[in-house]
Design a protein around this ligand. Sequence first.
Ligand code: DC
Length: 228
Amino acid sequence: MSVNIAIDGPAGAGKSTIAKKVAGELGYIYVDTGAMYRAVGLYFSRLGLSDGDQDRMASEVSGADVSIRHENGTQKIYLNGENVDPEIRTPEISRMASVCSAVPEVRTHLLELQRKTAREENVVMDGRDIGTVILPHADVKIFLTADPGVRALRRYEELIARGEKAVLEDIEREVRERDERDMNRETAPLKQADDAVLVDSSHMTIDEVRDRIISIVREKCPEEQAQQ
Ligand code: DC
């Protein structure tokens, strides 16, 4: 049986950075489910769909064949056979991913890919509904969050470090809008699973968060205790 670790939380809480580190330390595969929604968002954006076209999103999603491959421990995301990693991190695709992720048919379209990966591999999977819907029996569930102002500042610093232009107020507004949409949609909203451990990273370094999660995994997972 594979070991499944679910990390859910809002945008910018540091899920992907931490999940990658935890997966690296445990020798598990890191699965970024947000990238799958981003690939679908890109597909819709290329079709020229906009926020209000939710009916068309429901009927067109079957044309988006999303798959993942792991190369040198890094997840690569493919849309109809094309590696789309370079295109899915823009503000437009972030918004489109959040909008289309509220469409039930889009969620159903990606659900089996996520469950199948978790059945076949030891995974650290991050997203919004992994502990609540995708892997309700995950061995370990973490809800990783941070104050919205802290999350916006981290995102701003990341963009500046990459040499991109950014306005902190705009990013904070986008973060709050995404939280609002992700938490208030009807299907699989972002929320902490009853049996998830809450980790608030607002005043923690990346290494502190990683160590905290590794210690939770070791506490809850007999497989990992044996390997200490
Ligand atoms: O984690 P991320 O920012 O890359 O996710 C992009 C969007 O996809 C996010 O706004 C909400 C959606 N998403 C989701 O609804 N369920 C998931 N499991 C992962 C992401």
